[in-house]
Design a protein around this ligand. Sequence first.
Ligand code: ZN
Length: 158
Amino acid sequence: MTVYSLEPHALATAADPLELDTRAPRGTYALVFAVPETTIEVGALGDCEFDAGGYVYVGSAFGTGGLRRVLRHRRVASGDHDARHWHVDYLGGDSDVELTRVVCVPDQNVECAVSSTLGASALDGFGSSDCTCDAHLAAFENTETATSLAVATFESKV
Ligand SMILES: [Zn+2]
């Protein structure tokens, strides 16, 4: 099973191996964000303090549209879409936060397995309203570390 680690801007272009411009594969994904030291209001979680670092959010997309949901996350992160539905919308939609990488694996539902192995909760309750995980968000020193650990954790679970 292939774990894809992709530049966000490559998605839905000719360089996208998932071909999200025309296809809607299902699967599990991780978003890597560069976050400065900041406070962000995260929906019902209220004002949340973030240390500077690389953050990994893990989600899955097995409904209509599948991994094309990642394109929506990218639009929110770029400011082109102001929806605030999921916790990750508040983080990614903050103007100081940058989406730096998308990691995903088609067909496999490893959302909670990856989340629970990746690292300690960065913010209890974030992204885990529908499961028993502490959170689906983990924090690392920088985005390079966050990306390499996300890829390694996916590879260990598929
Ligand atoms: Zn979970």
